[in-house]
Write a protein that binds this ligand. Structure first.
Ligand code: GTP
Length: 195
């Protein structure tokens, strides 16, 4: 039985929010990130935060903070790679990723990803909802990390190009709103209203 570690992807530039760490913005008595942690922690065997910049800002959460090794903001796959390298150093075989700007993601994310992968005879899976695939929510094996590193060093940025190439399974979730992500100040007001 796979026991994936969880990696929260918070390594982006938040340019639509005006920069900084949007995961630390207040939401419902906590922060966007605290909502993500509360959903994710019960589903995983351990959590880390993938963030670039000032790791000290995340110290209050008590999680390991891992930065991208690929420089220049190469996108979410770069955070996946950082997570896989961290997980390998912990002796883990898999990670599940969740985006730090998506506070209402499914509480059964991890079991559904694992079930989809098992049913498809693979150990790589992406979440999807009726609106499309959710490339920052996936199950990833550490065995593929050198392949991913080579792809990123070769300039690959688009998540689904890489996952399609590796035959990723799809875990279908019924509700698009579960993947509502906070990109702008207006989105943050929307998330507040959804609580
Ligand atoms: N590690 C890492 N994560 C990233 C990178 N770019 C985006 N992400 C993460 O991927 C998820 C989706 O990111 P986006 O909303 O597309 O990008 P963003 O940087 O957060 O925001 P924008 O700059 O407004 O597009 C978020 O969890 C980001 O933290 C990156 O270069 N490195």
């Amino acid at each position: 039985m796979i026991q994936p570690l969880g990696v929260i992807l918070a390594g982006g530039q938040a340019s639509r929010m005006g920069g900084g760490d949007k995961a630390l913005l207040p939401l419902g008595g906590g922060t966007i990130l605290s909502h993500v942690i509360d959903r994710f922690a019960p589903q995983t065997a351990g959590l880390a935060l993938n963030a670039n910049g000032d790791a000290a800002r995340f110290a209050p959460f008590g999680l390991p903070v891992i930065a991208d090794s690929i420089t220049g903001f190469a996108g979410p796959l770069s955070g996946v790679l950082a997570g896989l390298d961290w997980a390998a150093s912990q002796g883990a075989s898999h990670i599940v990723t969740a985006a730090a700007d998506t506070p209402f993601f499914p509480c059964d994310l991890v079991p559904q990803l694992m079930l989809a992968a098992e049913n498809a005879g693979t150990d790589l899976a992406l979440a999807a909802s009726p609106g499309g695939r959710q490339p920052t929510f996936g199950l990833w094996p550490t065995a593929l990390r050198d392949d991913l590193r080579a792809a990123l060093n070769g300039g690959l940025r688009k998540v689904v190009l890489w996952t399609d190439e590796h035959g990723a399974a799809t875990a279908n979730f019924p509700d698009d709103m579960a993947f509502f992500n906070v990109n702008t100040p207006e989105d943050l007001a929307g998330a507040q209203a959804m609580l």
